[in-house]
Design a binder for this molecule. Sequence first.
Ligand code: ADP
Ligand code: MG
Length: 730
Amino acid sequence: MATPQLRLKALEDVLDRKPHFVDPPGARISDYFGTNVFNEDAMRMSLTEEAYYAVRQAVQHGERIDRKLADQVASGMKEWASSKGATHYTHWFQPLTGLSAEKHDAFFEPVGNGRSIERFDGSMLVQQEPDASSFPSGGIRNTFEARGYTAWDPSSPAFVIGRTLCIPTIFISYTGEALDYKMPLLRSIRAIDEAATAVCQYFDKDVTKVIGTLGWEQEYFLIDKALYFARPDIMMSGRALFGHIPAKGQQLEDHYFGSIPDRVRAFMRDFETESLKLGIPVKTRHNEVAPNQFECAPVFEEMNLAVDHNVLLMDIMEKTAHKHDFRVLLHEKPYAGVNGSGKHNNWSLATNTGKNLLRPAKTPKENLQFLTFFVNTIAAIHQYADVLRASIASAGNDHRLGANEAPPAIISAFIGEHLSNLLDGLEKNIKGAMTPDRKTELKLDIGRIPSVMLDNTDRNRTSPFAFTGNKFEFRAVGSSANCAGAMTVLNTIVAAQLRSFRKSVDALIDKGVKKDEAILRVIRDLIASSKSVRFEGNGYGEEWVKEAARRGLSNIRDTPRALDVWERKETKALFAEMGVLSPVEVEARHEIELHSYTLKVQIESRVVGDLAQNHIIPTAITYQNRLIENVRGLREVLAPEKAKKATAVQVKLIEEISEHIATIVTMVDDMIEARKRANNLEDARDKAIAYCDEVKPFLEKIRYHADKLELLVDDELWPLPKMRELMFTR
Ligand code: ADP
Ligand code: MG
């Protein structure tokens, strides 16, 4: 429901709000950081030596924990959780809906004669069977086996939220297919570990393990709860489907890094406290570019944990927002006309010896290692750009990518001037056979990287994939996405590239080429072959779209088509070879994502139809009737000649309103027809394409006319809070 009264009341409510500061539980963050996590310290205190060791082995080497020890771990975990006030436990998992899922069970168990105990044993810890038939499976469970189960992932520690012990788990079918985000992520972490460790062996025999690191930056919008409830479109779809763009948007750029309003700061502090207690190392907060847009970023962590922490954070943010009378909008584009939200994924690789493989180093030898990983990453982005594009495709993200806002839908890599020159130099210098002189020269060249890196501060905010000194920043990920989707693909393609690199270098060595030279030769070839993916200019410009086309780079603007890459034989082979997704799992994911796209556009289309017909048109008619009455009145009291003059403006307005109403009515009817045709299509891709090409364009068109009416109709009658009210009040 949306009425002028509700709109007015909402605005009054917002003006009355006060900041609601909650004191953190300790003076220093380190006093309470991680207190609700079953971390190393907690395990050491609550577990037997044997059980503690078993968990550590499982985390570090993926070893199985036997049943007896699982019982011990469960018992220690329960004692610890009870001491934190937990009465229930849940297997916490990340189904392909993009949210986290949980089903709580009590520890409590009646044992007859009115007595009861608290029970939690190894079998409850290790495996559960949620009644999961309504989670998306892309047909896997129809074809194979109806049930799915969750299995404990010891590599992400358990935690307590409220009165519930949460156990991170993976979600798989009985035949072993992944039904979630975590299982493929874990497999991709293993793939990159194997491939990168093998390459590290060229440089350092002590490296026995390589882990992916992830530092995400979460952007979001806040909206007051009263305004949220007065906007059915935002409630149902997460974004404003109507509303004229206000006179002032973000042109002045006065919001970015501006002082954070008290009410917002109170909310931030509160959700950060909850996050910190759960061991999420949140560190940075600031205003973002658009009005009422903000960002939160932690210190980077090992990737599996970072992914869990981001999912948790989104959940905590939403829950905490309620306490502060806010709602969080995680949608990629809540408001047309101002910036959307992304989730930059800062990605790098670290060795067990504590080295960041993407940090340029001081000695030539170490820099050869840096160059190896740097160039291989770029080569992977080049070769597998389309899969990477698919990994960030969603209905929401379509509004950012390529829609006059960065990053564009074209995958390219920005590396800065110094490194560009260095790669160009390498590419030219080593052509042909290398003389000993040239080799030294080259080594010196590489040796010079550190000095240029120190003042390498150039940043390119328009690139989807930017090197930022010691990591790559994948900026095109959507704000509501689970990082695991993009990270799984990135790990997999870099792993595949590293594997092929190792093969090429080994082949040269077998032919008698010295190791360093073999490495350099392959690097040089990769620099040359992946050159087209490097772009240093303005990624937002129309010029780049043309240039990218000349270079033969893909520019896939919508989700259903971006997802086509999953159907390709090469894609299925790639994910199967790397042990990340079987062909069946690839097909299932493809189908789920198409389906999810269709559903989102369908919801938006229904909301637009409903609001247009039941709110906007009746409001326009009410106002039009007032005008008609006015005209009639004037004609009654004025002489005909005078009346004609005095009513000219009103008559014109009445006509204009009629035209907009008529157009909207026709379009809504046509949209409904288009929806019906789309709904009759069987194939998931056909349906998604129909929604994309036939249904979605109506959303913009209907909005155009509704927004015109918003400008014509008396403000007092308008039922929906206006864009300026949504964006500038808090
Ligand atoms: P910004 O990009 O906003 O200038 P920073 O470059 O300081 O900010 O860092 C952004 C994010 O990158 C932070 O979350 C940080 O923890 C993360 N980060 C820094 N180093 C690494 C790394 N080696 N691997 C992954 N993430 C990293
Ligand atoms: Mg950044």
